[in-house]
Design a protein around this ligand. Structure first.
Ligand code: ADP
Ligand code: MG
Length: 257
């Protein structure tokens, strides 16, 4: 007998409202461990909101959401849910790396200092150990020769790669990417996607919001098309992208492909 693997992310009927604005209207999905899960959809459909719920930067209004078998923000005892304390939420969040469209590096710190910061400040790692690992991570994202540069001395693509290294420094079990290449000049997109492709090959579980359909097709294991707060269609990226079943998916893809 094999026990079924626990999904890395499981959403069951997830709703999110901001005041009267009902943004997520019952999201059901599962992300398996080791999977590259692409989330696509028009602007305003709720993609960022959903990512932020996974990370508990937003609190869901209804439904259940778990990461690696643990409810996000809650503990269950019997059939009752208890909200986690801020410290426990922070501990949950530490296992999840997030990369945004805007890199948000600390401008007064060098690349290596940016990558070392959280392990030292949050995990209490020694500076020596954190620096050593940061240097390896910068090497891994192709920036072994830019470790002492400040963000202002780096291109957008290089800054985004530092941001990825910084997220990896916390040794996350899940990485969330929110349109990581949308703010980049076109010629810099490839270098960031290459780093993400490498992470995928190393087995990292990734949820990627992106308009890069080439990446989704080549690297993605699953693709979900979201519109207006619901999952319209999902499947293997190749299937959804080449043979979309729903009008809304077709309309969207005709604009981005
Ligand atoms: N903090 C917030 N307060 C009120 N409305 C919000 C908030 N965050 C997002 N929204 C609204 O939720 C909707 C979905 O936004 P978002 O998740 O950013 O969509 P996407 O990432 O797919 O473009 C938008 O209409 C946006 O204005
Ligand atoms: Mg967004």
């Amino acid at each position: 007998m094999t026990t079924p693997a626990v999904p890395m992310v499981k959403a069951e009927g997830v709703h999110k409202s901001f005041g009267h604005a009902h943004i997520l209207k019952g999201i059901d999905l599962e992300v398996a461990a080791g999977e590259v899960f692409c989330l696509v959809g028009p602007s305003g459909s709720g993609k960022s909101t959903f990512l932020r719920c996974i990370n508990h930067l937003e609190k869901i209004s209804a439904g259940r959401l778990s990461v690696d078998g643990h409810l996000v923000g809650y503990r269950q005892k019997g059939d009752k849910l208890y909200e986690l304390k801020e410290r426990e939420v922070a501990a949950q969040r530490r296992d999840i790396g997030m990369v945004f469209q805007r890199f948000n590096l600390f401008p007064h710190m060098t690349a290596v200092e940016n990558v070392m910061e959280a392990p030292v400040q949050v995990k209490g790692e020694s500076k020596t150990a954190a620096r050593e690992r940061a240097l390896k991570l910068l090497e891994r994202v192709g920036l072994g020769n830019r470790t002492d540069n400040y963000p202002s001395q780096l291109s957008g693509g290089q800054q985004q790669r530092v941001a990825i290294a910084r997220a990896l420094a916390m040794e996350p079990k899940l990485m969330l990417f929110d349109e990581p290449t949308s703010a980049l000049d076109p010629e810099l997109v490839g270098e960031v996607l290459d780093v993400m492709r490498g992470l995928a090959e190393d087995g990292m579980t990734m949820v990627v919001v992106t308009h890069e359909m080439g990446f989704a097709r080549e690297v993605g294991d699953s693709l979900v098309f979201m519109d207006d707060g619901v999952v319209v269609e999902s499947g293997h990226p190749r299937d959804v992208l080449t043979d979309p079943q729903h009008e809304r998916t077709k309309a969207f893809l005709s604009k981005v492909l």
